[in-house]
Write a protein that binds this ligand. Structure first.
Ligand SMILES: Nc1ncnc2c1ncn2[C@@H]1O[C@H](COP(=O)(O)OP(=O)(O)OP(=O)(O)O)[C@@H](O)[C@H]1O
Ligand SMILES: [Mg+2]
Length: 342
């Protein structure tokens, strides 16, 4: 359940209402890791009932794959390709690798994105939700930016999130922005439920109300050495340490499997199995990682419970182990997957 966030909810309602009444509106949430950006975007997606929804998120390890995020975002709208000007459709299909690419024309892809969003929104008002925009690949970010800046009398609401410490890809986009702070101490108490008031108070001071930090540190409360009250900028480091401590308690085999997953960009278990066999790792080991709350396994895929768990595990692995993981992953991919192999 989403606690607090009165202002943010109002902003979400505002942009959705605007789109419903036929005028485009944009909104960006900016904040540190774990502060609650994704939660707010989920809320926006929920509140967009009766509207069409296009969603995508930037993924750190995929930031080099041209147009990857744009394809994810636009896929449901591709049925409208025959409604937009032919040269734009051709450029967009080429960019998204739906047909052999031609010499790429950035302007045409941006224009095509705009036309496609507008055509799609003619059916019903549209919500476009983009999480972790700082990790969009450059090509996708530029095309989206081009489109977003030019939305006018379209029934389209755009809601994005970006981390505050990342180069901001949406610079110059002129979006309405809301900076997210921590939860109030009352909401923090509710979030932590049965923890003692004294401990909750200390956790609150140490985390500045960052909900992820509150949850992670509370789950490890007996090891807690909060030390002198630190500024909220230390929060990501504290969360990372909590994840690493959990990972450190797992067997070496499991830890190596986790590094492999952290290096992979899809979480596709079949690819991971092939890569793991080259490193003499058994991916079945990942189920211990799941019990430790670091990854989730489902229908042929594995994903980290939180991006910070992934970056922490990746960052602390020895360089040689990371290299080996990337080599194994590249060789586990089909030849035609040129970009990702590279
Ligand atoms: N307002 C809230 N009420 C209750 N729980 C919340 C709230 N905001 C965030 N949380 C919880 O805190 C955790 C982190 O939130 P979330 O994933 O939304 O953060 P984030 O800003 O997207 O982080 P990142 O930058 O790492 O992607 C989640 O477990 C989420 O459920
Ligand atoms: Mg998030």
């Amino acid at each position: 359940m989403l606690l607090g966030r009165t202002v943010e909810r109002q902003e979400i309602e505002r942009v959705l209402a605007s789109a419903r009444s036929g005028t485009s509106a944009t909104l960006a949430f900016i904040g540190e890791p774990g502060i609650g950006k994704t939660s707010l975007l989920d809320y926006a997606a929920q509140r967009a009932e009766g509207m069409q929804l296009l969603r995508a998120r930037g993924i750190e390890s995929e930031a080099q794959i041209p147009f990857g995020s744009l394809l994810e975002l636009l896929r449901p709208a591709l049925t409208m390709l025959d409604r937009i000007p032919k040269p734009q459709a051709v450029a967009l299909e080429g960019a998204l690798a739906l047909r052999p690419a031609q010499a790429q024309e950035r302007f045409a892809v941006g224009a095509a994105t705009l036309s496609l969003l507008a055509s799609y929104a003619e059916q019903a008002p549209l919500a476009v939700v983009v999480d972790d925009a700082h990790w969009l690949d450059d090509s996708s970010a530029q095309a989206l930016l081009f489109a977003i800046r030019r939305l006018l009398a379209d029934p389209i609401a755009v809601v994005v999130s970006v981390r505050d410490d990342e180069p901001w890809m949406l610079d110059g986009a002129d979006l309405a922005t809301v900076r997210l702070g921590g939860l109030t101490s009352d909401d923090a108490k509710t979030l932590l439920g049965n923890l003692s008031g004294e401990l909750t108070g200390r956790l609150y001071k140490a985390t500045g109300g960052n909900p992820l930090a509150l949850l992670e540190l509370a789950s490890d409360a007996e090891h807690l050495d909060l030390g002198p009250v630190g500024p909220p900028v230390l929060v990501p480091a504290k969360i990372s340490r909590a994840f690493l401590r959990r990972a450190g308690m797992l067997e070496e085999q499991v830890q190596r499997a986790l590094v492999l997953v952290a290096a992979s960009d899809t979480g596709d278990l079949r690819t991971l199995e092939r890569a793991a066999s080259k490193l003499a790792i058994d991916v079945a080991a990942l189920s211990s990682g799941e019990s430790a709350g670091l990854v989730r396994l489902r229908a042929g895929e594995v994903e980290f419970t939180h991006p910070l768990a992934r970056s922490a595990i990746y960052a602390q692995a020895p360089l040689e182990q990371r290299r080996a993981a990337h080599r194994a992953l590249a060789s586990a991919l089909p030849d035609r997957d040129v970009d990702r192999r590279a």
